[in-house]
Ligand binder design. Structure first.
Ligand code: PHB
Length: 390
């Protein structure tokens, strides 16, 4: 009797009730966002977040009936801080879902933490092949691409255009290395040859010596991966060195996506392969662009915004299948694996390893836009080497 008396007294005195904010917080899904807010990839991280938030706001701030609460850490695009950062999200904040990252090295640390903790993870950019290869998992998903996919598509495009001798230049870390590998696989099939591979330490932007060497080697063309701030500078330096007219510049689409304002005239005519473009003939994209511009002061979205938007869509589909319970990974997985994601890039499905199966467009920069001029690779699926998911 006495026990119950104290219980009610406690309720009255503290104002604590079963519908108090403490009880309500159990209805939240905590999304741990680990993206760069500083460094060469800062803008990419910001656009991914804008895309993600736009989708959540379109659903009234709730997915599968649950409030979405964001916990952010700045990844700085720095793999050496990634383990500490992801542990902060998991151990300190006990997030339900990990979203990140941009940099392949950071995403690898996150995937390892997702594997050992069993937390859901959605990758809205980083292309590390291993994430949907040997590190794949029932709880790990990607709404962007694998690095192999983007390189392979560009290799097909340059092969089809009849290039024979090509120089590659990129940052020396996982993403650049895997994009060059994918590129070579497709390009060599067409009888092409990479006559020189050039590497720049990440995130450095000094390449004058390599530009001089390109002029001396006289290749048919150049294939490259740079992104964000580095891509802006590379495209400008390449044009300023007088190379653009003589040695056509190709790249994975990151070279010219979300960067054209900064690159200006120097980017005109640059050719890239990517799973998104400007002025696409996709109804969903028209609606998305309109909503994005309205939400963000008239800004145009880029591929990163699309990947973020689709990461939120994927979370919605999975949570809905799991009745709002992020711990029910099996139900989450079942829903996502059978879904078609209605992306602004066009609808896509995930492979068994949870990587998008998608078309890659050949784009040319014209009038400050990435315009589709052909298909680089149709319904391209990452081979998911080393993934045991069935
Ligand atoms: C990566 O590190 O995987 C990466 C970073 C930036 C991009 C694409 C891939 O634009």
């Amino acid at each position: 009797m006495k026990k119950y008396h104290f219980f009610w007294q406690f309720i009255l005195l503290t104002g604590f009730s079963l519908t108090s904010p403490i009880a309500l917080s159990a209805d939240e899904v905590k999304v741990g966002v680990m993206l760069p807010a500083t460094g060469t990839y800062a803008r990419l991280g910001s656009n991914i977040q804008k895309g993600f938030k736009l989708y959540v706001e379109e659903q009234g701030g709730k997915l599968a009936g649950r409030d979405i609460k964001f916990v952010n850490v700045d990844s700085e695009g720095n793999p050496s801080k990634a383990v500490d950062n992801v542990n902060k999200l998991i151990k300190q904040h006990d997030v339900d879902v990990l979203v990140g990252s941009v940099h392949s090295g950071v995403a690898m640390a996150m995937a390892k933490a997702a594997k050992s903790s069993g937390k859901l993870m959605i990758v809205p950019n980083a292309g590390a092949n291993q994430v949907t290869g040997p590190f794949c998992g029932v709880n790990i998903y990607r709404t962007s691409f694998s690095s192999w996919q983007t390189g392979y598509a560009a290799g097909e495009a340059m092969g089809a255009k009849g290039f024979k001798k090509v120089v590659t230049i990129t940052w020396k870390y996982g993403a650049g290395q895997q994009m060059v590998e994918g590129f070579k696989e497709a390009f060599e099939k067409s009888g092409g040859e990479v006559i020189e591979e050039m590497w720049v330490p990440f995130p450095k932007v000094e390449w004058q010596a390599q530009l001089t060497q390109i002029a001396a080697l006289k290749p048919d063309g150049v294939f490259t991966f740079f992104a964000g701030g580095g891509a802006v500078k590379f495209v400008k330096d390449y044009a300023a060195a007088g190379l653009k007219e003589n040695f056509p510049l190709y790249g994975t689409g990151f070279l010219t996506d979300g960067t054209l304002q900064g690159q200006g005239e120097a980017a005109e005519g640059v050719m890239t392969a990517l799973h998104y473009a400007d002025d696409m003939d996709v109804e969903k994209d028209r609606a998305f662009r309109k909503a994005y511009a309205k939400a963000y002061n008239g800004e145009s979205p880029d591929v990163y915004a699309v990947q973020g938007y689709d990461a939120a869509q994927l979370l919605d589909i999975g949570l809905t299948g799991a009745n709002g319970d992020p711990k029910n990974v099996e139900a989450f997985s079942k829903a996502v694996r059978s879904a078609t994601i209605d992306s602004p890039r066009g609808p896509f499905k995930l492979s068994k390893a949870h990587n998008p199966i998608q078309d890659f467009y050949l784009r040319e920069v014209k009038g400050g836009k990435n315009i589709v001029v052909g298909i680089a690779a149709k319904a391209l699926e990452d081979p998911a080497k080393g993934c045991k998911l069935k």
